[in-house]
Design a protein around this ligand. Structure first.
Ligand code: GAF
Length: 400
């Protein structure tokens, strides 16, 4: 029997047990608990979060785990299953720049939790085990930040609400680690709920669950990690943000979210630069696609809506490829191969320039679509992608 191209879903309980045991080996005493937060796929609404747009992410079953214990000193001791680097940092006067690498995503959260800074008491011993594939566009760093936020909340009894933790994780990433991303990933990692996608309004970070039970409609969402190396990601991401800000300024709106679809042509005519104009067109049309997707999921039976849903995913990818120019050959090859193999729709997910593709498929076609993508990659000399199913899981929480 040929082995399936799909990897099995990770076992959350086993991972939580394993990290608790590992903590005892590393620190020589038992942890106070284990917390975890998931990676995400964004179903639709890409590169719109930093223009106050709408997104529709879901949490996946790959999570980042943290075993931790509170300590009486002001020392934060960070260890990771994935890294030999041990980080010890005094948290009483923590500032951006004090910690770099993966540790910045943990220390940055503590720094950003205002209530901790107010109290400024105590430290923690922390062991990290990240199961979200890194560099795959599935938000491994947000999963780390959000698992850290959960752990700090419980350990230090800070009394934060989930949205406070989202905001602390965002500040850890943008101000402490210095990556100027838009908040989609942290919101998804904390606020998603099992069996649902998350309607996210990035203007005020308000959210609502959206039904996302593909299995009941005989459907599945296939994730293809293209393993394509991100290159120039940070620079290109920042350039897209600048283009979008230039577009909003040229049009005279606080954010491109404020452009009505009906006015799009007139608005675009006010933007002189052709590239900036195409960037704006992507953002305005993508926000509209999110609205339509959410409406469809709320009101239409999946079987009746599947063709339209697929068409929306396809239009999103094509806009990201042609107008926003954040795809790379591996993403386009995966999307084209998935569509040719019968996927209802396929698109890149996340920031782009490498990373992952999602494909909406008949549940019993997931393996054949994966095989078709693998074959296309072999033909194009693109290496071997990895596949798993996107199952809508819960956001961040305590495991034990
Ligand atoms: C990355 C960023 F971190 C998000 O904020 C978002 O902009 C996304 O790219 C594109 O939608 O994941």
């Amino acid at each position: 029997v040929p082995s399936s191209p799909l990897s099995a879903a990770p076992d959350r309980e086993a991972a939580a047990d394993a990290i608790a045991a590992h903590f005892t080996e590393v620190f020589g005493y038992e942890s106070d608990g284990v917390w975890s937060a998931p990676g995400r796929v964004n179903i639709i609404g890409e590169h719109v979060d930093y223009q106050d747009g709408l997104c529709l992410p879901m949490a996946i079953s790959h999570r980042c785990f943290i075993a931790a214990a509170r300590t009486p000193t002001n020392l934060l001791r960070l260890r990771s299953v994935q890294s030999d680097v041990a980080i010890d940092v005094d948290v009483s006067d923590l500032e951006p720049g004090d910690v770099d690498g993966w540790g910045a995503y943990v220390a940055g959260v503590l720094w950003a939790l205002e209530r901790f800074r107010g109290a400024g008491q105590g430290g923690a011993d922390i062991l990290v085990d990240g199961h979200v594939p890194r560099g795959a566009g599935l938000s491994s760093s947000a999963a780390l930040e959000c698992a850290a936020a959960e752990a700090f909340e419980s350990l230090l009894s800070l009394g934060t609400a989930p949205l406070d933790r989202v905001r602390a994780a965002i500040r850890a990433e943008t101000e402490f680690a210095g990556a100027s991303t838009g908040g989609l990933d942290q919101s998804a990692s904390v606020l998603c709920t099992a069996g649902h996608a998350l309607e996210l309004d990035c203007r005020d970070f308000s959210t609502a669950p959206v039904p996302w039970d593909l299995a009941s409609g005989g459907l599945a969402l296939l994730i293809c990690d293209t393993k394509a190396e991100h290159s120039h990601v940070d620079g290109e991401y920042a350039a897209r943000r600048r283009d979008s800000e230039a577009a909003a300024a040229a049009v005279g709106v606080p954010a491109l979210r404020d452009v009505e679809l009906a006015d799009l042509d007139a608005v675009l005519a006010r933007i002189e630069d052709g590239t900036v104009r195409r960037r704006a067109r992507h953002i305005v049309t993508e926000i509209q696609r999110v609205r339509e997707t959410v409406e469809l999921l709320r009101t239409t039976d999946l079987r009746a809506g599947v063709e339209r849903l697929g068409a929306l995913l396809n239009a999103s990818h094509d806009s990201l490829r042609d107008d926003y120019e954040v795809t790379v050959p591996a993403l386009d090859v995966a999307v084209d191969a998935a569509r040719a193999a019968g996927a209802h729709g396929a698109r890149m997910t996340g920031g782009g320039f490498g990373g992952s593709v999602i494909a909406l498929v008949e549940a019993d076609a997931a393996e054949s679509v994966a095989a078709a993508i693998t074959a296309a990659f072999a033909r194009e000399g693109l290496g071997t992608p990895a596949f798993f199913l996107a199952l809508p899981e819960d956001g961040a929480g305590q495991d034990r």
